[in-house]
Design a binder for this molecule. Structure first.
Ligand code: NAD
Length: 353
């Protein structure tokens, strides 16, 4: 799966480009020779991968709110992109309990605004809407979800992303079937990798604690998640964009799961132990917290549709995923060249084709 021929010199509109996944995707797109316009409300963390990579000097860096249709329409029209990747979101489950209305507004109406803006910008050919593995109604039974399973959501974040899937499906069926714009949605699991500095996420919590020589507190040790390196779903998003441009019949209007093979689905504690192997002196303590901010305990994805229809498959095993992630944060701790390491990891990943 090579992407250069599809993305070189292509104009891309990327929302959420200042975030964790957006920064990795921006760096990858730039390395393929794409011309990227980013649209995000803010830089969500300090430190941030976006700043560590010096991205604002290498792309068109716009600040704006996806809840503001007018601003979004104007920015997209000016950028005149062929491909839109929509990653901007309020992406944190716990934050969604503190601000449910803001989460619904950004994640549901933001998606409606992206699709509405895209259908009025004549250059747009492809839209990839990024949601999550949490869009499925989860009875905590541990069965891997397939794309045809019912959507739902207990916490406001999950419900808002299920809502964004319904918005995508409605736009696709109502407006895009006979249009020159093709669209697909991507449901990925929990991603890890260098450069995530969000609060209340396990890997950044480990990096912060270990970087200070402290013990990390693991609050949901038994939570089973389809952990994967951030580059895995991003390769899926790039593949979707590529096929929407070049062979749309196979993907248009469809949703795809991107997750590790079932046997790589591990608990939070197993991930911490795997990372500790690569970080001298790293320690953890399990302290289960019950503050009413409920998160699903069991979540796994069946990625066979993406394998069969997109030819997509995960490239890193669990131990490589933990090793690459720890390598990045150790380098951050020792003031290494993070931009160079990020590019090396992208190149290494692409070679695993
Ligand atoms: N990180 C994960 O494990 C994970 C897993 C599954 C899905 N996702 C999805 O991937 C996408 C990116 O997640 P991330 O982890 O990089 O998040 P992040 O918090 O690092 O980045 C969020 C981005 O969205 C932007 N944003 C937030 N609200 C906005 C608004 N109202 N208008 C414009 N921009 C806004 C932020 O400025 C930032 O660029 C999200 O859609 C998220 O739901 C993430």
């Amino acid at each position: 799966m090579t992407f250069r021929a599809s993305y070189e010199n292509k104009k891309i509109f990327l929302t959420g480009h200042t975030g964790f996944k957006g920064s990795w995707l921006a760096e990858w797109l730039l390395s393929l020779g794409a011309k990227v316009t980013g649209f995000s409300i803010d830089i969500p963390t300090k430190p941030s991968l976006f700043e560590e990579l010096g991205l604002s000097a290498r792309l068109t860096d716009l600040r704006g709110d996806v809840r503001d249709l007018g601003a979004l329409q104007k920015a997209m029209a000016q950028a005149a992109p062929e491909v839109v990747f929509h990653l901007a979101a309020q992406p944190l489950v716990r934050e969604s309990y503190d601000d449910p209305v803001g989460t619904f507004a950004t994640n549901i109406m933001g998606t409606a605004h992206i699709l509405e803006a895209a259908r009025h910008v004549s250059s747009v050919r492809a839209v990839v809407v990024v949601t999550t593995d949490k869009v499925y109604e989860n009875a905590n039974q541990g069965l891997p979800f397939r794309e045809s399973d019912p959507l739902g959501g207990h916490d406001p974040y999950s419900a808002s992303k299920a809502g964004s899937e319904i918005v995508f499906s409605s736009y696709s069926r109502s407006f895009l079937q006979n249009s020159s714009i093709k669209a697909a949605s991507a449901r990925a699991g929990n991603v890890i990798g260098g450069g995530d500095w969000a609060k209340d996420r396990l890997v950044p919590d480990c990096a912060r604690a270990w970087g200070l020589g402290e013990t990390v507190i693991v609050r949901n040790p038994a939570s089973v998640r389809p952990w994967q390196h951030v580059l895995e779903p991003l390769s899926g998003y790039l593949r979707l964009g590529q096929l929407l441009l070049e062979k749309p019949a196979a993907v248009n209007g469809e949703a795809f799961n991107f997750g590790p093979a079932e046997d790589l689905t591990k608990s939070a504690l197993e991930l911490v132990v795997a990372m500790e192997k690569h970080w001298t002196g790293a320690r953890h303590e399990v302290r289960t917290v019950n503050d009413g901010k409920k998160e699903a305990q069991l979540l796994s994805l069946d990625p066979s549709k993406a394998r069969e229809r997109l030819g997509w498959k995960p490239r890193l095993n669990f131990s490589e995923t933990a090793a690459w992630t720890t390598e990045w944060y150790r380098s951050a701790g020792s003031k290494g060249d993070l931009a160079a390491l990020t590019r090396v990891q992208i190149a290494r990943f692409a070679e695993k084709n």
